[in-house]
Structures are given as C-alpha cells and as structure tokens.
Design a protein around this ligand. Structure first.
Ligand code: ATP
Ligand code: MG
Length: 421
C-alpha cells in the first residue's frame, strides 16, 4: 500500500530545501540584527483564541480553520497564523513589561483550509515578528524597512510595498457606516459572502477577491478621507519617513488585512514574479489585541512573510544563484579493511567541519566513482587493498582529474589544507 501526501501539503527536499535554509538563515540573521528574539509556540491552540483575535467574520475564522476535538472534547485549532499565539504566550509568560518593548520573532507551519493552487497551500510556512509595547510610528517603519531589507539581502527585485491606514477605534466607526451605506446602495453585484459581510463587518468586503466585488470596491469612498487627525498625522509621518529612507511604496486606499485586529498602518509586499498569489509578506499595527487577550494596554506592530512564495521568487529570479550543495570529500573504499581504516579518518574530517561522504556498501570502483560525481565531491579518496599495503591513499581532484598518492598518516591534514585553499 502506497500513501500520498494530503492535498494542499508538500514535501520539501533537495535541491529546493537548500533555498529554504538559505532564506531562513538570511531571515534569522536579519531579525537578530533588528533586536528580535525567537519564540516557539505550539502548533495548536484553543479555538477561542483565534475566534477572538482574528475575528468572527473573517475568511480565516469562517471557513479556513482546522478545528478538532481532542479525546477530552477540548476544541483545538491548528494555528492559521502566528500573532495570536505569540501574544497569548507573551501575556501568559509575563514577557511584556509596562513601558518596555518586547520584540519576538517566530517561524513555522501555519494551517488554513483553502483551495490549493500555486502559492496557496493548506500547510504553509511563515516567518514573522512582533514589536509589542510601543505606539511610536518608528516601530511601524522599522518593520517595513526590515521586510524591504530582507528581500534586498536575498538579492530579489521587483517587489512593491503597498501601505494604507485602517484608522483607529475613534475614526473607524464613522468610516464603517459610510462604507456600509455605500455597499447597501451597490449591493447587487456583491457575492453571497459579501452580502453577509456588508451587514456584520463591511471592511471585510474590501479584501474580497471575487471579480464582481472587486469592481464595486474600486468605487468605494476612500478611508483616508475619514481618518481622525491623529491617524492622519500618523499616516503622513510614516509616508514622509519612508520617502526619506528611500523606501518606494504605493499608498493603496483599498488595502485592508484579512484579520480584524489591525489598527492604523497596514502593509503588504507583492512580487511581480508571481501570478495571482503575489503577496509575499504582510503586516501592520494592532493596538487593541494585547488588551483583548487579557494583557496590559499595549500597542504593537508586526508582519509575517510566506516562505513558499518567497522561495518561488528565488527560483524564478535565481538571484544569488542556487546555494552550493556540493560535498568536500568522497571516500571510495574497496574491502572491509579499507572501510575500517577510512572510517576513523572520515570521523576526523567531519569533526573538523568538512562535508564528507563514503561508500560503505561494497560496490565496484566504477559505481563508487559515479556516486562521488553525484555527491559533487571536490576530492575523491580511493583506498583499496594495494593502497593499504603501501600505507597510502589515492586522492583525485575531481575538477582537474589529477591524482596523487598521499600517505594515510598525512591524509587528514592534507585534505584539510586542500579544502582551505
Ligand atoms: P492572501 O491574500 O494571499 O490570502 P492573507 O492576507 O490571507 O494572504 P496573511 O494572513 O497576511 O495572508 O499571511 C501573510 C503571508 O503568508 C501572505 O502574504 C502569504 O505570503 C502567506 N500565505 C497566506 N496564506 C497562505 C497559503 N494558504 N499558502 C501559502 N502562503 C500563504
Ligand atoms: Mg488568505
């Protein structure tokens, strides 16, 4: 009986996995440069946590969550995003200090029951970060700049930053009613979901991807005209600073996020190299969430990037090239005694940081040389009975095809030296 991976999931292996590792290493270094420390939270949480934070009328909560009962009847959900769990943990473990700033990053799989297609999976990976405890707009800028720097460290081009302000508790209600009235007057082309959202959470309509809805959305009154003075100043400051920092952006009055907890600035980064699923990273400010989850009144801002989509861009642009996957030394061994002698040397070389592989399966020299090629070894060491008798090994430079006899006693130090050159 053979089994297949579940629809919407994928296995990730070489050579693609090397791109993942390169991306992850780049991201983690960058996040640490910016003062974020890692937090790992569980993959499942109580259902209520996500209902409460993401919002009842959002796509995620309405139809995308993997929710199940465990054997004791607890209602649990595989996390569809990272922020809720991180904030839950930060409150529970007292990581938040009044008047202080807590900067946390996370990475790992998220789960959403969506229709699988290019760039959209049911298990997908995110890397994200949260700055909790500051309402300074510099923290919003810091997050946007960090994202932009991430793509530039990867050497990727063709990325665009879209920003908007979704207002605050003070000004959003008045925009909400303006929007609601507009939608009521223009409701005919709206999809069934939007008909419902229109009454319960009209801002959600702005995020709808259905074509007939998109046509209505292009005519809606812009939120900018309804922002309170403080949100207006805030958005102005952010735009001016981004300009000063030479970060190109597009102010997009229709941009809202698929989650309810955002306030003030929201942003999305899109890639020109991708098709319909072109958003590679997204984030924004959430000033009410910490209190909502029983923590102190604290403002926060964060982002998450979609790893699969960034990997796709890397593949398309091959910027920086595919990471090296070659090995350093391959041992072709003939006979049990050669295997025994070599094994100690191999341990030594591996310990000193070299990438070493060997054939320990009694194969012909020809097939072992083929394996050395597949391993992309820089050097192949050949040891058979004759070599053992003479106390030597044959070392073949796989690029120049040059072969040298080297004393077994000197082998480790010489290979280390050759590798260093
Ligand atoms: P989209 O509009 O594409 O559905 P979203 O608004 O639901 O995105 P967020 O919740 O903001 O996405 O997640 C941040 C990032 O995670 C997205 O920009 C995207 O790169 C990635 N992402 C979201 N959902 C998926 C998915 N099902 N498969 C792969 N990547 C995803
Ligand atoms: Mg989505």
């Amino acid at each position: 009986m053979k089994y297949n991976s579940v629809r919407g999931t994928k296995d990730i292996y070489s050579p693609e996995i090397e791109l993942w590792q390169y991306l992850e290493k780049t991201a983690i270094e960058l996040l640490q440069n910016y003062g974020f420390s890692e937090i790992r939270t569980p993959i499942f949480e109580e259902l209520a946590l996500f209902n409460r934070t993401i919002g009842e009328d959002t796509d995620i909560v309405e139809k995308e969550m993997y929710t199940f009962n465990d054997k004791k009847g607890r209602s649990l959900t595989l996390r569809p995003e990272g922020t809720a769990g991180v904030v839950r943990a930060a409150i529970e473990k007292n990581l938040l200090v009044q008047g202080g700033l807590t900067k946390l990053y996370y990475q790992g799989p998220m789960f959403r029951y969506e229709r699988p297609q290019a760039g959209r999976y049911r298990q997908f990976y995110q890397i994200g970060a949260e700055s909790i405890g500051s309402d300074s707009y510099w923290r919003d800028i810091e997050i946007i700049v960090l994202c932009v720097e991430f793509f530039s460290r990867l050497g990727l081009a063709g990325l665009k930053v879209y920003i908007n302000s979704v207002g605050c508790a003070e000004c959003r209600p008045s925009y909400r009613s303006v929007l609601q009235n507009f939608l009521l007057e223009n409701s005919a082309p709206l999809c069934a979901d939007c008909q419902r959202r229109m009454a319960r959470n009209p801002l959600r309509v702005l995020d709808c991807k259905v074509e007939t809805c998109r046509q209505v959305i292009t005519r809606i009154p812009a939120i900018q005209d309804y922002l309170c003075q403080s949100c207006r100043d805030n958005f102005q400051n952010i735009q001016q600073t981004l300009q000063k920092e030479n970060i190109a952006f597009i102010a997009d009055k229709f941009l809202v996020r698929g989650l309810d907890y955002y306030t003030r600035v929201v942003f999305e980064i899109k890639s020109e190299s991708l098709g319909a699923q072109d958003a590679v990273a997204a984030g924004g400010r959430y000033d009410k969430l910490v209190k909502e989850l029983g923590g102190p009144e604290m403002s926060a801002v964060g982002f998450a990037l979609g790893v699969e989509r960034v990997v796709e861009v890397l593949k398309k642009q091959k910027a920086g090239g595919w990471p090296e996957t070659s090995g350093d030394v391959y041992f072709a061994l003939l006979g049990q005694q050669a295997q025994q002698e070599a094994f100690t040397l191999i341990r030594d070389l591996r310990q000193s940081g070299l990438k070493v592989e060997a054939c320990l399966e009694n194969k012909s020299l020809k097939s072992q040389m083929r394996q050395a090629d597949q391993y992309k070894a820089k050097f192949t060491v050949i040891i058979g009975e004759d070599e053992l008798k003479k106390g030597i090994a044959v070392v073949r430079d796989m690029l120049t095809k040059e072969q040298k006899e080297i004393k077994l006693n000197d082998l480790v130090s010489i290979l280390k030296e050759l590798k260093l050159k």
